[in-house]
Design a protein around this ligand. Structure first.
Ligand code: PLP
Ligand code: COI
Length: 358
């Protein structure tokens, strides 16, 4: 059990009116959780007003990117209570990413305690409008002021919230940039972890994607043989038998908790969902001959979205199906969102009600 010191903003400085976020990730709740690590121990767990951190310019995270993050969500249900979606899975994955980046693990129970305590304090910051959520961002990074290229001797764990709207307009099909020139992750690298550097390294190709009118980059493996994932989500398609195909997870793909959740909803959806290794050339040929009926992206922030077009390095554009958000994509989105928001029953253990401690 953590002994969390709580130092709150005076009431008059706290949010009193409901949030109506119009975008993802811009707004903040009133407080954040911080905890330090050095000499083999986590210590000084505290909740303080959300604000800037103090870091030395020589901090490992700033110089060598030794840091990871997670992304998860909480939703207010019609009973007025706040529910976390798959919080235990996210806590586990934080430790998997931590191991990959030589960061110290943080007990899952301690992560959950920190999260529930901060959520209870800032529960009033949860938006309720259509497509909104309280987005949760845990960070863990090396903050030692030392320039040797080796793991930091000290770390900071930080947890903060963003009252968020949708990442994009779910009614519109997205265009993805399918490129053979840019790559996200190599075998044996950190692609499977939510390492900060994976995202920094993806921005250059994302810029090109935006020039081509695309929303995200759809990355291939380094040999351009297989479809992998986008810079911020997994990717799927629907084949001519109405089966959903996800890429088989490798060490160059982040194992999405959304993807795993959807796979276990197969029965309820009445759709076969399976992972496969997806050859790039076969994928493109199957889109052209309309064997691929729909495609989409999925992840915590993205939820489930339809892909209507791919644009290639040449600038040529290829439509998928009829170019709109497909019915199977829509069905998966609706079930997932209904489960998260309490409108349909959640599988055992997926939702955790945030206890009222105050
Ligand atoms: N792949 C990448 C690169 C991501 O950043 C994300 C987002 O978290 C995902 C996949 C989807 O993972 P999850 O569903 O666990 O959020
Ligand atoms: C998430 O889906 O939670 C992510 O972390 C993706 C992106 C916003 C970086």
């Amino acid at each position: 059990m953590l002994d969390i010191k709580v130092d709150l903003k005076p009431h008059f400085q706290r949010r009193t009116t409901p949030y109506h976020p119009t975008e993802f990730g811009r707004l903040r709740s009133d407080h954040m959780f911080l905890m330090d690590y050095d000499e083999g121990n986590w210590h000084h767990p505290r909740i303080v007003p959300y604000g800037p951190l103090s870091l030395y310019p020589g901090a490992k995270i700033l110089n060598y990117g030794q840091g990871i993050f997670e992304g998860q969500k909480a939703f207010r249900h019609d009973d007025g209570e706040l529910y976390l979606f798959r919080a235990d899975e996210h806590a586990q994955r934080l430790n998997q990413s931590a191991a990959k980046m030589c960061l110290p693990p943080l007990l899952e129970n301690d992560q959950l305690q920190a999260l529930e305590t901060l959520l209870d304090i800032d529960r009033h910051c949860t938006p309720t409008q259509e497509d909104s959520c309280l987005y949760i961002r845990p960070l863990l990074f090396g903050n030692e002021d030392a320039l040797g290229v080796n793991p930091s001797k000290s770390y900071l764990y930080c947890l903060f919230f963003s009252p968020s709207g949708s990442y994009y307009d779910h009614s519109k099909a997205l265009r993805l940039f399918l490129t053979k020139k840019f790559h996200r992750a190599a075998p044996g690298g950190s692609g499977q972890a939510k390492a900060a550097g994976n995202y920094g390294g993806s921005l250059y190709a994302l810029q090109r994607a935006h020039e081509l009118g695309a929303f995200q980059v759809l990355y291939l493996d380094v040999n351009n043989q297989r479809i992998e994932e986008t810079g911020a989500s997994n990717h799927f398609h629907v084949n001519q038998r109405d089966g959903v195909i996800l890429p088989r997870f490798t060490d160059t793909i982040l194992e999405s908790i959304t993807a795993r959740s959807i796979m276990s909803l197969e029965g309820r959806l009445g759709i076969a969902i399976q992972p496969e290794s997806i050859g790039t050339d076969a994928f493109i040929a199957d889109i052209k001959r309309k064997y691929i009926r729909e495609a989409g992206v999925l992840g915590t922030a993205m939820v489930v979205g339809g892909v209507g077009e791919y644009v290639f390095d040449s600038g040529k554009v290829l439509s998928v199906g009829d170019g709109r958000v497909g019915p199977i994509t829509q069905k998966i989105y609706t079930l997932l969102r209904n489960i998260q928001t309490g409108k349909e029953e959640a599988p055992e253990g997926w939702l955790k009600k945030v206890p009222r401690l105050l």
